[in-house]
Design a protein around this ligand. Sequence first.
Ligand code: TYD
Length: 201
Amino acid sequence: MCGKFISLEGMDGAGKSTHIPTILNALKLRGAEVVSTREPGGTLLGEQLRELLLQQDMHPETEALLMFAARREHIAQVIEPALVRGAYVVTDRFADASFAYQCGGRGISFEKMLDLESWVQGGLQPDVTLLFDVPVEVSIQRLASARAPDKFERETADFFNRIRNAYLRRAADCPERFRVIDANRDIDAVRQSVEEIVASI
Ligand code: TYD
């Protein structure tokens, strides 16, 4: 596989979606194919699973298994073929979100997550992960103005704290892959950091 795999992560309300066009445009200027996708989702089946995952209450292990089921389909149908073609693949969330939300947030054991990760991904990991980091109070404040919050966005400050900590722990465990962005700044300052990181890929 000769493409590059880039994932974007962060708590709800961290603002990562705002910066996706900047990333895609910077990569397109290089003349290579750019594939923009998301999780849960990215395939027909994955988008159907997303509907369930974002709206319906379920057992935490069911949630984790469905996240990885959607991911298996995403890898097989979208990510691997694009990387083989030599494309840049930019995904709005990938497996680090499962470590943050299902492991950190819901309390699924780390060992079970590692098993799922190795089953579903083999050795596949993003080449670079941009983690948009904001304090929990900022995330909650930004979500308060969201019109129709989904199941995760309605969670408590405690849940968001565990997610942030899990993301930061994962970034500390994989420093060669993660670029942590202080997203508690104005949009232009964050955009500049994003552009610098993309230029270095
Ligand atoms: P999100 O990416 O924030 O989309 P939008 O910007 O449209 O709200 O929503 C996806 C939600 O799914 C988010 O709350 C995190 C959650 N999620 C998990 O809990 N585990 C996962 O493995 C993934 C990929 C997402």
